[in-house]
Write a protein that binds this ligand. Structure first.
Ligand SMILES: Nc1nc2c(ncn2[C@@H]2O[C@H](COP(=O)(O)OP(=O)(O)O)[C@@H](O)[C@H]2O)c(=O)[nH]1
Ligand SMILES: [Mg+2]
Length: 390
């Protein structure tokens, strides 16, 4: 029994070490001097890693919990907030954790892939803590620490600092003084590759989600390829969002014309939408080819009469299916499918739905073609006002 345990622990350590080394992204800041040889640098990296791991008794926690009774917004807001919090934790040299239990516990649906981010309230014993609401325009409370180079630990004064954010700032972090020393990978990689890498470093589907994806998607596939579109209409009877920003209602004629032109023996079709009507129309038009996910369309942050847990699984399945499509059409001003495109394995095969046009784009050009939203040009509400950024 003892030998079995020792072998299991050894395997776990090797897997963890391999997962850290096999990632191009350095977890912890490696303090490189210009005179350092590659070898000095590698040694320093190793020392830094060991030192921080041993000393990290302070924490930065992405916090989206029922207990705070505040809105965390939709899936891509949450992942953008997690990414920003992850970067802040590295700059503040603190351990990064996620506390996410609304509308359900995150780890029931996605589990740690290569880094254990699960928060447990036992860390609060004998530690001080505070909560920082930094959603939307409230990020301005810490912009001098994020981009101006001030030391985060003069703002985060407690042992455990909980934060809620929902915007992406990768392109802004690049402008921070010394960022090339603090987090070299931020200066080297494209925003979309950083998302893909960090997302896969943090998350993989839980067995519950894998089971659901197999049952409702993989076993339903009939053809070699799949063409998908995400259609986000905004305020509508399925999702009566409060205070949502205006979304241009896209003309879907170009989409249906394009789907009409695809070889139906070659392609399955999938429409993810916040609106039943769009999906019903597609099912009637392509009855043999359409795939769907079960459950009611629901905003995970504003479920109204719907079951939020069912709604959470539905949007997660929609998100993962969108991330696997051979062809993916994304709408303007929605982070949901843009994030799915960030983490997809193919760079091309994307179309940006812009006004009356389907503009061919790629993982690397889509944020230029559809710049408005949390991953690009942010739509500012007034600070202090509870404006939803759902
Ligand atoms: N099931 C499902 N839910 C969606 C879809 N589009 C939006 N939603 C819901 O609306 C939320 C909006 O999320 P978010 O990722 O913030 O995208 P954005 O508000 O469009 O930028 C998601 O978390 C879902 O709850 C969709 O295609 N399918
Ligand atoms: Mg949103």
């Amino acid at each position: 029994m003892l030998i079995f345990l020792q072998v299991a622990v050894l395997i776990l350590i090797l897997v963890y070490k391999y997962s850290l080394e096999s990632t191009n992204i350095t977890f912890y800041p490696a303090l490189r001097n210009s005179q350092d040889s590659e070898m000095d640098y590698e040694n320093k990296k190793y020392e830094t890693l060991t030192k921080y791991r041993g000393q990290k008794t302070k924490y930065i926690v992405y916090d989206c919990t029922k207990a705070r009774n505040t809105s965390c917004s939709g899936w891509s807001d949450r992942i953008a907030g997690i990414m920003t919090t992850f970067i802040i934790s590295i700059l503040a040299k603190r351990q990064f954790l996620i506390n996410f239990d609304t509308p359900c516990l995150l780890q029931d649906y996605v589990v740690p892939a290569h880094y254990d981010w699960r928060y447990n309230s036992s860390i609060l014993v004998n530690r001080t803590s505070s909560y920082h609401y930094l959603k939307g325009r409230h990020y301005k409370k810490i912009d001098k620490y994020m981009f101006g180079g001030s030391d985060f630990n003069t703002y985060f004064k407690h042992d455990v600092d909980f934060l809620l954010m929902n915007w992406d700032f990768i392109n802004e972090f690049r402008k921070r003084p010394n960022i090339a020393y603090d987090i070299p990978w931020i200066t080297k990689y494209h925003q979309v590759d950083i998302y893909k890498h960090v997302y896969n470093l943090l998350f993989k589907l839980s067995s519950l989600s894998v089971h659901a994806l197999n049952r409702h998607y993989r076993t339903k596939r009939r053809r070699n390829k799949i063409a998908c579109a995400h259609i986000r209409i905004g305020e509508n009877p399925n999702m009566p969002e409060i205070g949502t920003r205006n979304r241009p209602v896209p003309s879907l004629k170009v989409l249906w014309d394009y789907f009409d032109s695809l070889n139906k023996n070659e392609y399955d079709l999938f429409i993810a939408s916040d609106t039943d009507g769009v999906k019903t129309f597609a099912k009637e038009r392509y009855p043999e080819n359409m795939i769907d996910t079960p459950g009611k369309i629901t905003h995970i942050d504003q479920p109204y009469k719907n079951d939020p847990v069912e709604g959470f699984l539905k949007q997660l399945l929609d998100f993962y299916i969108l991330s696997e499509c051979d062809i993916l059409v994304i709408p303007p001003k929605s982070g949901f499918s843009m994030l799915a495109a960030f983490i997809r394995n193919k760079d091309d095969g994307i179309f940006c739905l812009k006004k009356e046009e389907l503009v061919p784009c790629s993982r690397y050009t889509m944020t230029d073609i559809l710049p408005e939203g949390k991953f690009g040009i942010k739509l500012m509400g007034k600070i202090g006002k509870q404006r939803s950024t759902s």
